[in-house]
Each structure stands twice: as structure tokens, then as C-alpha cells.
Design a protein around this ligand. Structure first.
Ligand SMILES: NC(=O)C1=CN([C@@H]2O[C@H](COP(=O)(O)OP(=O)(O)OC[C@H]3O[C@@H](n4cnc5c(N)ncnc54)[C@H](O)[C@@H]3O)[C@@H](O)[C@H]2O)C=CC1
Ligand SMILES: O=C([O-])CC(=O)C(=O)O
Length: 336
């Protein structure tokens, strides 16, 4: 019996993500919560003939929505409009994430918390610091969802190499993404040396990396003020949640370990990663190993396949990441 609660379930990401979760054989209860419309969305989904029971909750029923959840997914918050950076969302979304995480700790203390709300590089530190303050922080249970970067990195690699010879499906183990989830902090890492050699031309590599780093802007511009990526994000969020669900149900992962933006000092492999990267950063996205739905180890194998250009991209990432992290930490620490 596995309960998943979606906070922000009536939004652009929340609705299709809830639809995908309703199709999951691992979900027995799907609880939808939003400030508006969640009971309506839940009623709609509840007519689908899959086993998960889908229930929607009004704004003042967050406790009930969260009660006993094994996984809490948070896509609540405002999205970008053209001309904005993810960091511009911090003012509103940091408070939303802090309040929702506080409620999750109270009503679902054993839940894995999957943070989608932007800016992830700061909202994950907000979540972790909020939990630390409550004495409820379990590092292996808080994950920033960066799967969309991996989905894009695979799609754009196929585009860049020529989809006729290098299909999108065949890219699944060819590239991962580490670092963070905004602009220069997004670092694609090619795992297949043969493919790397095909991208060697400096300009080709640079334009590939740029497209992965700024893929979000492409969607924001194309949607002309009506929001950011929702459908591709719902799929990516579902892929990530599916790996957690499989792990809870003692099933083997069906894809290469996905990255998540996590708190390094609390997780095995975190100190090794900091040492190898020569950084003190406390948060970083890297492929993670799961056990019973929790992150138990950070994978460092990808470091062995780094090329010179990737090392440079990583240095730029680390330079930028710290400011995002400190912003999140300060937000919580300033609220005594
Ligand atoms: N991690 C990632 O890769 C990605 C993250 N995002 C982020 O996801 C967030 C949501 O994006 P969309 O779904 O497009 O936005 P949206 O505006 O369509 O939906 C957000 C939903 O959150 C709800 N909400 C706001 N405050 C809430 C609260 N306190 N409690 C419960 N629900 C609340 C709203 O009522 C709305 O239904 C944004 O911050 C966006 O930047 C978007 C794409 C990718
Ligand atoms: O770009 C945005 O604001 C939404 C997002 O995080 C993405 O699409 O990667």
C-alpha cells in the first residue's frame, strides 16, 4: 500500500503528473492538494479504471492530504514568464515550499519529499533547513527533481548527433546531468566515450551544452507568458517518482540511476564527491542510489568519464551554485 501526495496538484505540472501517477501500478492512494481545484481534478482522475484511489483535498485539509504519505511531490508555486530567471521566483516559492515541507514533516514524517518548485538550487536548501530547524531532517529523504535536464540532455544529444543514426531511445545511458537546475549550473556529462568524440568540435559541444542549460527558456519563450515546461516536466517527475516507487516495492530500477539535487554531507559518497570536486558545496545534483525509496549513496563513477570541457563547465557551475544555496539557507535562518 503506497500513498503519494501531490502538493500543487491542480497546476500545469500537477495535473498531468497526477494523471501519470494514477496509471502507476505501485500507487494505491493518490492524494491531490492545491489551493484551488484539487477535488475537481481528483474526481476527474477517479473515473480512470486503474487501481489507485484518487482523492482531492481543499486548501484547509492539508493534514488529511498528507497523512501517512510515503512520497510527497511538490510542484506548488509560480512559474516563470519570459524575461525572468528561476531565481526571480524565489521570493514567492521559498515561502510556499517552507510551509508545505513543514506540513509534510508534521503529517507524513517518513515521506520522501520530491521538490519540483523553482528555483530548485535554493528551494531544496529551504526544504532541508526548514526540516533541520524542526529536528526532522533525514538527508536521504529530500530530493530536488532535476530529471527534466536528463530528459532534455538525451533528446538534444540525439538531435545534435543526428536522430537517424542516434535515436532518442538509444541515448538513455549515453548522458547524465550533474550540478544544479538553472543555467550554467546544469552540467551534462557524456558517459559514452565514443559519443563524446563525436561532439568534440568546440562549437558543437558548446551549442549542445547551451541548449541543455537553457532548454527551460526555450519553453518559457514559446509559451509567451503562459508559463514554463509542464508536460515534459510531468513526465520527468513521473520517471523520478517511479524509481522511488520501484525501490519502495523492492523492484530493480529500469533505467540508469537518475540524478537528484541532494544534501551531500548527510549521504554516503557525498564527502568523496566534495573531495574529488575540490568543493565545499553542500548541495549538488548527481546520480543517486536508492534503497527502500531513500537516497543511500551518491554515485561518483561519472567523475571518471569527465572530459576537459566538462571539467571547465563544472567549475563554472560550482562558482554559481553556492550563491543559490546560501540564499535558500539564509531565508530559513533569518526566520527565527
Ligand atoms: N524542477 C524542474 O525541473 C521544473 C520546475 N518547475 C517549477 O514548478 C513550479 C510549478 O509550475 P507549474 O505547474 O507550471 O505552475 P502552475 O502555476 O501551473 O501551478 C502551480 C500550482 O501550485 C498551486 N499552489 C500555489 N501555492 C500553493 C500552496 N501554498 N499550496 C498548494 N498549492 C499551491 C497553484 O494553485 C497552482 O495550481 C514552478 O515553480 C516552476 O518553475 C517547472 C518546470 C520544471
Ligand atoms: O524554465 C523554467 O522556469 C522551468 C524549468 O525549470 C525547466 O523547464 O527546466
Amino acid at each position: 500500500m503506497t500513498k503519494v501526495t501531490v502538493l500543487g496538484a491542480a497546476g500545469g505540472i500537477g495535473q498531468p503528473l497526477s494523471l501519470l501517477l494514477k496509471m502507476s501500478p505501485y500507487v494505491s492512494t493518490l492524494a491531490l492538494y492545491d489551493l484551488r481545484l484539487a477535488p475537481g481534478v481528483a474526481r476527474d482522475l477517479s473515473h480512470i479504471n486503474t487501481n489507485a484511489t484518487c482523492v482531492g483535498f481543499d486548501k484547509d485539509a492539508i493534514g488529511e492530504a498528507l497523512d501517512g504519505a510515503h512520497i510527497v511531490v511538490i510542484p506548488a508555486g509560480v512559474p516563470r514568464k519570459p524575461g525572468m530567471t528561476r531565481d526571480d521566483l524565489f521570493k514567492i516559492n521559498a515561502g510556499i515550499v517552507a510551509n508545505l515541507v513543514r506540513a509534510a514533516a508534521q503529517h507524513a514524517p517518513r515521506a520522501r519529499i520530491l521538490v519540483i518548485s523553482n528555483p530548485v538550487n535554493s528551494t531544496v536548501p529551504v526544504a532541508c533547513e526548514t526540516l533541520k530547524k524542526m529536528g526532522a531532517f533525514q538527508p536521504g529523504k529530500v530530493m530536488g527533481v532535476t530529471t527534466l535536464d536528463v530528459v532534455r540532455a538525451q533528446t538534444f544529444l540525439s538531435d545534435s548527433l543526428g536522430a537517424d543514426s542516434y535515436s532518442r531511445e538509444s541515448m538513455k545511458r549515453a548522458v547524465t546531468v550533474v550540478g544544479g537546475h538553472s543555467g550554467a549550473t546544469i552540467v551534462p556529462v557524456l558517459l559514452d566515450p565514443k559519443l563524446r568524440s563525436k561532439l568534440v568540435g568546440r562549437r558543437r559541444y558548446d551549442s549542445y551544452v547551451h541548449r541543455v542549460q537553457f532548454g527551460g527558456d526555450e519553453v518559457v519563450e514559446a509559451k509567451q507568458g503562459a508559463g514554463s515546461a509542464t508536460l515534459s516536466m510531468a513526465l520527468a517527475g513521473y520517471h523520478f517518482a517511479d524509481q522511488i516507487l520501484r525501490s519502495i516495492h523492492l523492484e530493480k530500477p529500469d533505467v540508469a540511476p537518475l540524478p537528484a539535487f541532494v544534501y551531500l554531507p548527510g549521504i554516503e559518497g557525498g564527502a568523496e564527491l566534495q573531495k574529488k570536486l575540490n568543493t565545499k558545496t553542500e548541495y549538488f545534483a548527481a546520480p543517486v542510489e536508492l534503497r527502500r525509496g531513500d537516497v543511500v549513496r551518491i554515485d561518483t563513477k561519472w567523475l571518471d568519464s569527465l572530459g576537459d570541457l566538462e571539467r571547465k563547465t563544472l567549475q563554472v557551475c560550482l562558482g554559481e551554485l553556492d550563491g543559490n544555496i546560501q540564499k535558500g539557507r539564509r531565508f530559513v535562518q533569518s526566520k527565527l
